[in-house]
Design a binder for this molecule. Structure first.
Ligand code: M6R
Length: 625
């Protein structure tokens, strides 16, 4: 979604802003812009569409400036065009702002400001902020006071970057329940809503916490709370290696990330499970050097805490929600604790039934998903124990959960989640094993067996990836479909949902996932010879029943596709196309069955010429509700 960057120093600002914005491209956007102070005057350059449009504009204008802010916008209020792109100015044209988040009361503010003579040039909620600051500045003549006055009027969660030609050597930054950080270099500072954007320049980061304003100047950074009191906080050092955003020879990031899954599994498992004979270790001391603020992460729930847990409540969105569903099966099986999984946005306006005997688990790749953050915050306020599973130890989620499991995926650039899904699932296996070990809910021999099988998964994943050419050929037979149905049971029901989500978001082909037993309760009505039905079929408790459900589809002449294990002869008789995986215990099978479905979606989307890494309308990090 939207991204904020800024630069203040002695170098040319435009190339730095552009390079920082490039690092945020993966989050999804539909326009971009910068505001710089050139020869004491504010200049705003913006363009709808890809960053290359803004780049061309900057190449033509060649602005000379050492101070500026920039933005990538993902449209919420107003279509993605030049006018609605950020930065937005005030009526005097001397002040510009960039904004992430939503100003919830913008309509009443806009009406009030218009009645008082302000002229609006865009349809955005953002523009009210520049006009509010303008009014407040007219009264006080002091920018900090003006910003504090303006934020008092705003409702919602947001981050802002502000420049003014009246203070040409300053950038102001505001964070209110969002994410914003200042990177500190040698006599220069960088602003970013995602520290990924500044890691190419510095690893010294000063994060803005909730309801804080930063005044950035050549002398350094001063932090203030919204009430005007000074805040003293030291910067932290993050990983010194900048994130490498490189396709490394792959045609797309998505393809690279699908292929990284065995490595990711090894990294995530290697971090928390050193040997089958040893207990799963989530202690902070076992971390690999990441830091969230100045606190290390880990799971700090004692055996006594775990004994108190009567219910586990998982909240997440999208693919992370599907990982949560896998987590439900795993936790219930190994720990004997009832688990509920909720789509985080469905927790709004509802009485959240959690208490001190509930463990609420938030799953989020980015750690910035607004709905997930809201749900875990509310659970925490009701006394629930909380735990986060994220790929970003520097995220907002990491700040608000005392217990944190970090997936070791590196940055996931493609908007469609693949490697982080598999890593999130792996974390649920590890968490369930940890709880089972602490509480003794299953025999030690079974724990040992599962750990050994888990450690063998990466090699099996490699076998699937090694046959991707076959998957490609088989997948393209169905590239012209308009509707695709995915079915699975038990552990593989979430994989049917995830398979459908991947195909939809990458290829724009309509796809739905169902519990296989539900097919005959309605979805079967859509089946005919034009509809591919993809069945996830693994030997185990629900194998025969899944096969029967597939037969129901075959009887309606559907195109029959399966993900099935090598040597499954029954499958050969029923399905026209089989995407093979090596034999695997049903309990661990989601870690394998999802991979052919990721590949199928990838190959179809690429064949159809879709924007594989940045599908239309989607954002990597969904920071609005
Ligand atoms: O960052 P999060 O894991 O919280 O994001 C949740 C969803 O927005 C995300 O999984 C989304 O569904 C992906 N585009 C799926 O590929």
């Amino acid at each position: 979604m939207c991204g904020i960057v800024g630069y203040l120093g002695s170098s040319q600002a435009a190339p730095v802003l552009l390079s920082s914005l490039r690092c945020l491209e993966y989050r999804g956007y539909d326009s971009a812009g910068v505001a710089i102070i050139e020869n004491g005057e504010l200049a705003v350059l913006k363009a709808a569409g890809k960053l290359s449009n803004l780049e061309s504009l900057l190449n033509t204008k060649q602005p000379q400036a050492t101070v500026g802010i920039g933005h990538t916008r993902w449209a919420t209020h107003g279509v993605p065009n030049d006018q609605n792109a950020h930065p937005h100015t005030d009526c005097t044209g001397t002040l510009a702002i960039v904004h992430n988040g939503i100003i919830e009361n913008y309509q009443s503010l806009r009406q009030e400001l218009s009645d008082n003579g302000h002229t609006f040039e865009s349809d955005t909620d953002t523009e009210v902020v520049s006009h509010l600051i303008e009014d407040e500045f007219r009264g006080s003549g002091d920018m900090l006071t003006a910003i504090r006055g303006a934020v008092r009027r705003l409702e919602g969660a947001y981050a802002l970057g502000v420049v003014s030609q009246i203070f040409p050597e300053k950038i102001y930054a505001v964070n209110h329940h969002y994410s914003l950080a200042v990177g500190l270099g040698e006599n220069e500072s960088y602003l970013a809503s995602d520290s990924v954007a500044v890691r190419q320049y510095t690893n010294k980061i000063l994060r803005l916490e909730q309801s804080e304003i930063a005044e950035i100047s050549t002398e350094g950074v001063k932090l203030y709370a919204f009430d005007g009191t000074t805040v003293n906080r030291s910067p932290v050092e993050v990983d010194s290696n900048p994130y490498v955003i490189d396709k490394e020879g792959h045609k797309h990031f998505l393809h690279k990330e699908i292929h990284e899954q065995p490595l990711i599994m090894r990294q995530t498992l290697g971090k928390y499970l050193h040997h089958p004979e040893k207990p799963v270790d989530f202690s902070a001391a076992n971390g690999s050097g990441h830091h969230c603020g100045d606190s290390s992460y880990g799971v700090h729930l004692s055996k006594e805490d775990l004994k108190k847990v009567r219910r586990i409540f998982i909240v997440a969105c999208g693919t992370a929600y599907h990982a949560g569903l896998v987590g439900k099966y795993v936790l219930e099986e190994l720990c004997g604790i009832p688990v509920e999984v909720e789509i985080a946005s469905e927790m709004r306006g509802r009485n959240l039934l959690v208490n001190g005997e509930t463990l609420t688990v938030a799953v989020s790749q980015s750690g910035e998903t607004a709905d997930t953050l809201a749900a875990i915050t509310e659970a925490k306020s009701k006394g629930s124990m909380t735990l986060g599973i994220t790929n970003r130890p520097d995220s907002h989620l990491a700040q608000i959960t005392p217990n944190l499991i970090v997936t070791e995926c590196g940055i996931e650039v493609s908007v469609a989640a693949t490697k982080t899904f598999v890593a999130q699932c792996a974390c649920f296996y590890l968490l369930a094993l940890h709880i089972a070990e602490e509480l003794g809910t299953i025999p030690a021999a079974r724990i040992l067996e599962i750990k050994a099988q888990l450690l063998a998964i990466p090699a099996l994943q490699e076998q699937i990836l090694a046959r991707e050419d076959v998957v490609r050929l088989k997948s393209l037979r169905h590239a012209e479909a308009h509707d695709v149905v995915f079915i699975g049971r038990g552990m593989n029901y979430p994989i049917a949902l995830e398979g459908a989500l991947k195909l939809k978001e990458l290829s724009y082909i309509h796809a739905s996932g169902y519990a296989a037993g539900e097919l005959k309760h309605g979805p079967i009505a859509v089946l005919d010879r034009n509809v591919p039905v993809i069945t996830v079929l693994v030997p185990g408790a629900v194998y025969e029943k899944t096969l029967s459900n597939a037969q129901e589809a075959r009887a309606r002449n559907a195109q029959m596709i399966a993900v099935a294990i090598d040597g499954d002869e029954q499958a050969t008789k029923i399905f026209d196309t089989i995407l093979r995986i090596p034999p695997v215990d049903e309990f661990l099978s989601p870690l394998l069955t999802v991979i052919p479905l990721q590949l199928l979606s990838y190959f179809i989307a690429d064949y159809l010429g879709k924007d594989v890494d940045q599908p239309r309308n989607l954002a990597k990090s969904v920071t609005v509700e």
